[in-house]
Design a protein around this ligand. Structure first.
Ligand code: SF4
Ligand code: SF4
Length: 624
């Protein structure tokens, strides 16, 4: 049995914030967990998957149902329906995933839930692995959802556990907003007793569950009334509290989420005498508690990453109170709306407010000019071969809209096959727009998981309007970038059970695509010819470039006891034309001090593609 499934209350475990959220859901007796993987949320669902797969292997019942849904909207709908039937549900996603799920999210709040439902939105200040750093706390305000923001892994576990009760009390899904530092930090987590899942729900028919206009009009005031009750709960929430540091006088700090940890720690390091209002339930804010706090201060500093959401609400509150308390934060220039905060940044803001020096040393600027090391596709990645073939086949002015996944790394030299990117599934839609707007050839790229997520509707749109584009589906048989999660094109589901495997090309055929070719990118010559034919086709052409992720292939070989091949360059045959290193760009290749081109045997994954493109046949398998 997986250790997180064990009922061992009182024990402390060192857990990732994401693992703590999974444990919190298990302690609350979660019945259904759903997701579409996305960093920084992935380990919440991956932990559910690991537990479920271990249980499948041991032929025991994990007690819950888990799935990697095809996208965040479907994930939310699966869990919401289970919750309407009285089961406890959890849905997790990265912040931009909530954009995909928002259509359901906004009206789900009108419908409400029965079994508790936690929706985790993992935000990514600094865009560590995202295309923007939107602040999803706005979604709680936008849709009227109760919101929790944990500051430590232990609190994340507790908020998840108690959040189910809150959700059932209000009959509303609860938005739990986390950020990367919380998701990926480890901390001690005190385990509590496990609750038995409910297992079976029941759908009770009710016309108010069908949001036609008359129902929606009736349900909107119900939602607002629920949020009034939520505010009363927020006033008494154990997650909202005042912490006294030193001997507080009339200066206060208000913080939420992971910023609470920085605000607290730095105030202690700087020996400040302040009160800290720690907000964990941040929507609705506990107005009475905030009023009391503001009334006790002449100056308040608000510490919150990204948008001034608390700051603006507190200013409005102070205005209503007729209070002359000074509220500092982003508009006063103490903090920025950009990127993640750090203890050093918080110390600088304290130093400005308290007119003292920051105890943290200024970062030393290195005078060393280090070479840049852009992220790169793995040695042996089949995407590199596809990109190389496309560049050979396509005219120079070709435009390459791309998508979210490993293949965005095609942006880098020497491949340069990423020209436009918005979000998941945007490649084919933007390809159509480019074809309408320009005379340039257009070749777009998306992965297999992205195809299932949101890539299908824009292909239908392109076919229906006969847009002259080549849409490439890089089918590497997995959701590679987020950690090799399964998708509808794989043979097993997230619980390790056999699943119906859909072939990408079969689905594409069903969309009415007239020109479809399936290629193995490791045959670069044949792939190049296939792209030439697709580019010659007038209308929507699709090329499915199918080869497993090299990491999966290495794993398969390891399990089968096969050795991976390693390639080397025969320096007598090599003419130093640089075709391999300069145009293909495998990171296993490097220049020797004498200008020679070499292969690092520890990096080479043995795909053999550089051997195929070498015009002088200088590259061979070691030992041949
Ligand atoms: S492509 Fe062949 S000949 Fe050219 S540098 Fe590479 S190994 Fe040498
Ligand atoms: S065979 Fe060539 S292209 Fe493939 S991983 Fe090795 S060095 Fe890179």
């Amino acid at each position: 049995m997986h250790e997180l499934l064990k009922d061992t209350p009182g024990i402390q475990k060192l857990l990732l914030g994401n693992e703590a959220i999974t444990r919190g859901a298990l302690e609350a007796g979660v019945d259904v967990a759903t997701t579409y993987p996305g960093t920084p949320s992935s380990e919440i669902a991956d932990t559910f998957s690991k537990i479920a797969r271990q249980a499948t292997h041991e032929q025991i019942d994990p007690g819950f149902y888990f799935e990697y849904s095809i996208n965040e909207k479907v994930a939310l709908e699966v869990a919401a329906a289970a919750s309407v039937c009285g089961l406890r549900s959890l849905t997790c996603m990265k912040h931009v995933g909530l954009n995909v799920a928002s259509d359901t999210f906004m009206t789900y709040l009108y419908v409400g839930c029965k079994g508790g439902h936690i929706i985790v939105s993992a935000d990514d200040p600094y865009c560590h692995s995202s295309q923007n750093e939107q602040d999803n706390r706005y979604f709680a305000l936008f849709g009227s959802a109760p919101m929790l923001e944990p500051s430590t892994p232990d609190e994340a576990k507790e908020m998840t556990r108690i959040g189910f009760d809150l959700s059932e009390e209000l009959r509303l899904p609860v938005l739990m907003r986390t950020t990367t530092r919380l998701n990926h930090a480890r901390g001690p987590v005190l385990l509590k007793p496990m609750t038995k899942p409910r297992r079976k729900g029941r759908f009770e028919k009710n016309p108010l569950l069908v949001t036609v206009p008359s129902t929606a009009r009736a349900q909107h005031p119900v939602l607002l009334e629920k949020m009034e009750r939520a505010e009363k709960i927020s006033e008494k929430s154990p997650f909202n509290s005042i912490i006294k540091i030193g001997t507080p006088k009339d200066v206060g700090i208000i913080a939420s989420g992971v910023s609470v940890t920085y605000a607290h720690e730095v105030a202690k390091v700087m020996n400040l005498d302040v009160s800290l209002l720690k907000l964990g339930m941040t929507h609705p804010i506990p107005r009475k508690l905030c009023e009391k706090f503001l009334n006790s201060c002449s100056q308040v500093l608000v510490v919150e990453e990204l948008e001034p959401i608390l700051e603006n609400q507190l200013k409005a509150l102070a205005y209503d109170l007729g209070s002359d308390v000074k509220i500092f934060g982003k508009s006063s220039g103490h903090f920025s709306r950009l990127y993640e905060y750090t203890p050093e940044l918080v110390a600088q803001a304290y130093a400005k407010l308290f007119k003292m020096k920051s105890p943290y040393p200024k970062p030393v600027q290195s005078t060393l000019k280090l070479p840049s090391r852009p992220p790169s596709l793995c040695p042996g990645c089949p995407h590199r071969a596809t990109y190389y073939a496309v560049r050979k086949a396509a005219p120079k002015e070709t435009v390459y809209p791309t998508d979210i996944g490993c293949y965005t790394l095609g942006k880098e030299k020497p491949l340069e096959t990423a020209d436009l990117l918005f979000c998941m599934g945007s490649n084919a839609g933007t390809a159509s727009g480019l074809a309408v707007a320009t005379d340039q050839k257009v070749v777009s790229f998306m992965g297999d998981s992205t195809f299932f997520h949101s890539g299908i509707p824009p292909i239908i749109n392109a076919v229906h309007h006969n847009h002259d584009v080549v849409i490439t589906i890089l089918d590497n048989r997995t959701t590679a970038m987020t950690g090799h999660q399964p998708h509808p094109g794989t043979e097993f589901d997230g619980m390790g059970r056999p699943a119906k495997m859909l072939l990408v090309e079969d689905v594409v055929k069903g969309l009415g695509v007239q020109h479809l070719e399936v290629v193995n990118p490791n045959n670069i010559k044949a792939t190049t010819e296939a792209f030439k034919r697709a580019l010659d086709f007038k209308g929507t052409a699709v090329v499915v470039s199918k080869s497993p992720c090299i990491l999966l292939e290495l794993e398969r070989k390891r399990k089968a006891g096969e050795k991976k091949s390693v390639y080397t360059i025969d320096q007598k045959e090599c003419k130093r034309c640089k075709t391999c290193i300069g145009r293909f760009g495998c990171p296993a290749q490097f220049y020797g001090e004498d200008g020679s081109v070499n292969i690092d045997p520890t990096q080479c994954n043995g795909c053999g593609n550089c051997a195929e493109i070498c015009p002088f046949h200088a590259i061979h398998v070691v030992g041949d």
